[in-house]
Write a protein that binds this ligand. Structure first.
Ligand code: FES
Ligand SMILES: [Fe+2]
Length: 427
């Protein structure tokens, strides 16, 4: 379903509302400083490991990476050894790559195809559904119940062609986790887009520093003065805050401009036909809790993912999904020379990461005062604390829960205000 005409009209009105306002909207709370320790304190890093990465739905793979029955992929981006397997009945299964005998890794290659997964240590053998099928010398075990000794499974669900895992068996479904995003993304055809490019880059900063550079438009005129700024009207940007920490920005292009001007995609690339007016004429970018950002358009679905690699290092993954491309013309929004280096815009975004990390680790840094424009970052932090469990966080590392549910979609005082103005003028 494309975005409705009424919703498009409301977004356009909200853009003008944002451009005209002379202060944050009435009732929007002052945002207390984000404690510095959330970027530098090993205690917060440990809390993220124990809760955030363990309870969130994490984007792990694209179906094109394991298209046939028996294809497998070893996935360790979240710090846990995860074996993704294309099962016999079409589902993608996820298991810990940990043998139920004495804990050896069942596979050691990054990818391949198997009918059975036979542990290299003592030869226990599992099928594609993780069931233990045979052990060597079974007569030497007393009461070994094979049905209880399969590979330990991990939640694994798909949205279109992209595959998510969640280490928490009590987590909501992926569909519930995504909430309104699932319907809003229908027009972008996640079920029809193929994986064109996927690369990884090491950065020397906390993963949130790297991600937050893509979670606000306040930096655009400084960092992207000649690249993004000419095609993005940041004063008309409209942020939306969704349940579970997700967020969206929609900013129009100045008249006569097109984002294709800064997108290094082949000019004749196949388009995602169902993308509506906002996707075609605005920068529409989602922040998906906990660790990815995706600007969506009629050309590509290009997630940027951020993974911690220690408290002061991270890995950024750059993906490009597209409906189709000509032989030898694979679109890759984010890199040059097939992953050899980052594109100009991402070089601008990442250039200060290491220096910011060092500056944040100084005695002089205590916290981050965020503006209304940067509210998506605050919303992310509030949601992170709820997932971690506020009582688990030392008080000096918490963020106050000041953005109330009245600001979380579908609630939005700005929309109510527009409605009442319309009512007043009889429109
Ligand atoms: S550890 Fe796998 S068979 Fe022994
Ligand atoms: Fe940027």
């Amino acid at each position: 379903m494309p975005m409705s005409p009424a919703e498009i009209a409301t977004l356009r009105e909200l853009m003008e509302f944002e451009a005209k306002r002379t202060a944050p909207p009435e009732g929007f709370p002052p945002l207390p400083d984000i404690p510095a320790g959330r970027y530098t304190d090993p205690r917060f890093f440990t809390l993220e490991q124990e809760h955030l990465w363990r309870k969130s739905w994490l984007l792990a793979a694209h179906i094109d990476e394991l298209p046939a029955k028996g294809d497998f992929l070893l996935w360790e981006s979240a710090g846990q050894p995860v074996l993704l397997v294309h099962g016999d009945h079409g589902a993608i299964n996820a298991f810990y790559n940990t043998c139920s005998h004495r804990g050896a890794p069942v596979v050691t290659e990054p990818r391949g195809n198997r009918r059975r997964f036979t542990c290299p240590y003592h030869g226990w053998s599992y099928n594609r559904d993780g069931e233990l099928m045979a052990v060597r010398d079974p007569e030497d075990f007393c009461d070994l119940d094979l049905s209880q000794r399969g590979l330990k499974s991990i939640r694994c669900e798909r949205f279109g062609n992209i595959i998510f895992v969640n280490f928490d068996h009590d987590a909501p479904t992926l569909f519930d986790w995504l909430g309104p995003l699932a319907a809003e993304w229908e027009e972008f055809q996640f079920d029809n887009c193929r994986l064109a490019a996927r690369h990884v880059f090491d950065l020397n900063c906390n993963w949130k520093i790297a991600m937050e550079a893509n979670t606000e438009v306040y930096h655009v005129r400084s960092i992207h003065a000649t690249t993004v700024a000419p095609v993005l009207d940041d004063r008309r940007n409209v942020n939306t805050l969704y349940p579970n920490g997700h967020g969206r920005m929609v900013a129009p292009m100045p008249a006569g401009k097109q984002t294709i001007e800064i997108m290094p995609v082949p000019p004749d690339i196949a388009q995602i036909d169902s993308v509506g007016e906002i996707g075609r004429t605005c920068t529409q970018s989602y922040g998906v809790f906990p660790n990815w950002v995706v600007p969506l358009s009629q050309y590509v679905i290009p997630p940027l993912l951020f993974w911690p690699n220690g408290i002061d290092k991270c890995r950024m993954e750059t993906w490009t999904l597209a409906p189709a491309w000509k032989e030898g013309m694979r679109p890759d929004l984010w890199t040059e020379n097939n992953g050899a280096e980052l594109c100009a815009v991402l070089q601008e975004d990442t250039q200060f990461g290491e220096k910011i990390q060092k500056a944040m680790q100084s005695y002089g840094f205590h916290g981050v005062p965020l503006s209304y424009q940067e509210a998506r970052i605050y919303h992310w932090n509030q949601s992170a604390d709820r997932l971690i469990g506020i009582e688990n966080i030392p008080p000096e590392l918490r963020v106050a829960q000041v953005i109330g549910d009245e600001w979380i979609y579908p609630n939005d005082p700005r929309r109510r205000l527009l409605q009442s103005r319309r009512g007043a003028t009889g429109d």
